[in-house]
Design a protein around this ligand. Structure first.
Ligand code: FES
Ligand code: FES
Length: 153
């Protein structure tokens, strides 16, 4: 089946079976490897992308479900060669170790700050709750998010 997907503001086509996950299409067909495969079951947050501005697991969404939605991956947050303010805050705050979880956390942070530019610590923790970090960078992640509060996105 041929699907047309709106990814990072561009219409792209993939010729794949209907059951193919959005994550596989992003990585294998479009070469957008910033979204990571962790659990593959919607339980770790590594594969999160924005779907109509809401964070969503791309490992459990089929390409069929993704068609007609506005998809933004981590690659689409900022023009090539630059960093989105949230990405910069994670770099400046050393809010990662291996980086496996970082894409998903950045995506959820962007969504949080778009809705709530001044989240309290508890609201940041709620937004990060779908994301598992094996390296235990949670404390630095919260500080990085706090550092970027109030920045116009
Ligand atoms: S890989 Fe998608 S939630 Fe874990
Ligand atoms: S930085 Fe390694 S899993 Fe989070």
């Amino acid at each position: 089946m041929r699907y047309r997907l709106d990814v990072n503001g561009e219409m792209r086509e993939a010729d794949v079976p209907a059951s193919t996950t959005l994550l596989d299409v992003l990585r294998e067909d479009f070469g957008l490897t910033g979204s990571h495969l962790g659990c593959g079951h919607g339980a770790c947050g590594a594969c999160y992308v924005l779907v109509d501005s809401e964070p969503a697991a791309s490992c459990t969404m089929s390409v069929e479900e993704a068609e007609g939605r506005h998809i933004v991956t981590v690659e689409g947050l900022a023009p090539a060669g630059s960093l989105h303010p949230v990405q910069q805050a994670f770099v400046d705050g050393d809010a990662m170790q291996c980086g496996a979880c970082t894409t998903g956390m950045v995506i959820s942070t962007v969504s949080l700050l778009m809705k709530n530019p001044h989240p309290a610590e508890g609201e940041i923790l709620d937004a990060m709750s779908p994301h598992l970090c094996r390296c235990g960078a949670y404390g630095r992640v919260v500080k990085a998010v706090q550092s970027v509060r109030g920045v116009a996105l």
